[in-house]
Design a protein around this ligand. Structure first.
Ligand code: ATP
Length: 437
C-alpha cells in the first residue's frame, strides 16, 4: 500500500503501538516502585521517631497523588485522545488483515505459530485548538470506499458534528471543537467588513469571490428573515438593491423605504423591467471598466463600484405563471446575470419555496455561490440545493435553522440564520441608508 506525505498529521494503523509507554499501567508501577525505594532509603537514614511519622505521611500522600494524577492524565490525554479513538475504530471494525505465520519450532519440534498483522488501513489525524481533522487516503485499495463512508461512525465516536472535505486523493473529516454560535441582531448587526457577509460567529463569506445566493425552504422556515438579514448586509456595503416580489408579500413593503421606491416590484412587466435594468448595469460596467487587458483579474471592488443585488422571491412560481414570452425574456436576463455578474458586482439572490430543477438546473445552481436550505427539507430539495452530498442532514426544529454551502468552504454544514427578535428590520435598513448618504 502506498503511503503519502504526512504534513503535520499523526498516523495511526493496526501496526501502531496500542498504548504509548507513558500511559501504561506498568509505567505507573515503575514510578511507584521508585518512590517506594526512595522512601525506604530515607526512612533507613532517620533515627528520630517523629520524623519517621512525618516521612511516612508524606509518602502516603505522594503515593495516592501519583495514582490519582496518572489515572486523570490517562483519562484526559489518552482514553479520549484521537489516537486512542482511531486505534479503537480500526480494531473494532477490523480494518486490517492478519495471517498465521510459523515463527519456528519448539523443543518438541512442533511449529510455533502466531497471528501477525500483514496489512492495515492508515488513518491520519491533526489536532488544533479549534478543530480535529481525520484524513483517509484514497489508495484504490480495499479500504478506498471507507474514505467517504465513515461520517456516521466517526461522528458517534468523537461526539461531534463533522464536515467533509472530499479530494481526489483523500477525504478529510473536519470536527469543529469550538461550537459555532448564532448571531443575535438585537445585540447589534455585525459591521460589514468590505464585501464580507458574516453568517454566524464562525461562518462568513466574501461576495466578491462567492457571488449570488439561493435560498430554499418551506413556508415558515425563515427564508424572509434570512433574506432581510442579507439585505442589511448588502446595504452596509452600499449596494444598490432591487427586489422582485411577485406575491406582494413582506418584501414588497420595502418600497416604502426611502431609496427603494422604484426598485421594489411585483407586476410581471415591472419584474422584467428591473431584470433588464440590472443586466444593463452589468453590461455598462463591462464596457466601461473591463474592455482593456489591464482589467484582467479585477472585480468591481478594484473600481470602487457598489454591488448591485436583485432579490427575487418565489422565482420559480413567477417563471411558471408568467406569460411565455415574458418568462423567456426574464430567464435570459437571469442566466446572463448569474453567468457574468460576479466580476461586475451584479448579484442575484433567488428564493424558492419548492425545488424545481426545470427552472434551475444543476449547472446554473452551481453558479450560485451561497446556497441555503432552511427547515427540514425533502430529499428532492436537498438534491436541488446541494446536488449529491455525503452529509447526513438532521431534522430541524429551530426557526431559521438549516444547511449552508458556500463555494470553496467544503460540504454544506448546519447553521442558524441570525436571530431577529426585538429587532426592527425596516428601522435598521433606514438607518444604514441614512448613514450612507
Ligand atoms: N432568524 C430568525 N430569528 C427569529 N425568528 C425567526 C428567524 N427565522 C424565522 N423566524 C420565525 O419564523 C417565522 C417565519 O419566518 P419567515 O417569515 O422568514 O419564513 P418564510 O420561509 O419566509 O415563510 P413564507 O414562505 O411563508 O414567507 C418568523 O415570523 C419568525 O417568527
Amino acid at each position: 500500500m502506498q503511503r503519502r506525505q504526512k504534513d503535520d498529521f499523526i498516523e495511526v494503523s493496526a501496526f501502531s503501538p496500542s498504548i504509548p509507554l507513558r500511559y501504561r499501567w506498568s509505567f505507573l508501577l515503575a514510578v511507584l516502585s521508585v518512590e517506594l525505594i526512595i522512601f525506604l532509603f530515607i526512612i533507613g537514614q532517620l533515627v528520630n521517631g517523629f520524623l519517621h511519622i512525618f516521612v511516612f505521611v508524606s509518602y502516603c500522600y505522594l503515593f495516592t497523588s501519583t495514582i490519582y494524577k496518572f489515572v486523570m492524565y490517562r483519562k484526559t490525554n489518552w482514553e479520549n485522545s484521537p489516537y486512542s479513538l482511531i486505534k479503537r475504530f480500526i480494531n473494532d471494525n477490523r480494518l486490517f488483515l492478519e495471517e498465521i505465520q510459523v515463527l519456528g519450532t519448539d523443543s518438541n519440534g512442533k511449529a510455533v505459530k502466531k497471528k501477525v498483522i500483514t496489512e492495515s488501513v492508515f488513518i491520519l489525524y491533526k489536532e488544533t485548538p479549534k478543530e480535529l481533522i481525520i484524513r483517509f487516503w484514497k489508495n484504490g485499495d480495499k479500504w478506498n470506499e471507507l474514505a467517504n463512508a465513515s461520517t456516521n461512525k466517526l461522528s458517534a465516536i468523537f461526539g461531534l458534528n463533522c464536515t467533509i472535505n472530499d479530494d481526489i486523493q483523500y477525504c478529510d473529516y473536519i470536527f469543529e471543537k469550538v461550537l459555532d454560535n448564532r448571531l443575535h441582531l438585537a445585540h447589534g448587526i455585525p459591521k460589514t467588513n468590505g464585501t464580507i457577509i458574516q453568517v454566524t460567529e464562525k461562518i462568513s463569506y466574501d461576495v466578491s469571490r462567492v457571488s449570488h445566493g439561493l435560498t430554499i425552504g418551506n413556508t415558515g422556515s425563515g427564508k424572509s428573515v434570512w433574506i432581510e438579514y442579507k439585505i442589511l448586509a448588502y446595504a452596509q456595503m452600499g449596494a444598490i438593491i432591487y427586489v422582485a416580489d411577485p406575491k406582494s408579500a413582506d418584501l414588497s413593503l420595502l418600497k416604502y423605504v426611502h431609496g427603494f421606491e422604484d426598485r421594489v416590484v411585483s407586476e410581471p412587466n415591472h419584474i422584467a423591467r428591473v431584470l433588464r435594468e440590472v443586466t444593463e448595469i452589468m453590461e455598462t460596467r463591462y464596457r466601461q471598466y473591463f474592455s482593456e487587458v489591464s482589467a484582467f483579474g479585477k472585480t468591481f471592488v478594484d473600481f470602487n463600484l457598489p454591488p448591485v443585488v436583485l432579490v427575487f422571491d418565489e422565482f420559480a412560481a413567477f417563471i411558471k405563471s408568467a406569460d411565455k414570452k415574458l418568462s423567456t425574456e426574464c430567464m435570459s436576463y437571469l442566466y446572463s446575470l448569474i453567468l457574468k455578474g460576479r466580476a461586475m458586482g451584479c448579484f442575484v439572490e433567488i428564493i424558492l419555496q419548492r425545488p424545481d430543477s426545470s427552472i434551475l438546473d444543476g449547472a446554473l445552481r452551481d453558479q450560485l455561490g451561497c446556497r441555503t436550505l432552511l427547515g427540514t427539507a425533502s430529499k428532492e430539495a436537498t438534491m436541488m440545493c446541494f446536488g449529491s452530498s455525503s452529509v447526513e442532514h438532521k431534522s430541524i426544529s429551530v426557526k431559521g435553522g438549516g444547511y449552508i454551502k458556500i463555494d470553496g468552504q467544503g460540504e454544506e454544514k448546519y447553521f442558524e440564520t441570525p436571530f431577529m427578535k426585538d429587532f426592527d428590520f425596516i428601522a435598521e435598513l433606514e438607518s444604514i441608508i441614512y448613514k450612507r448618504q
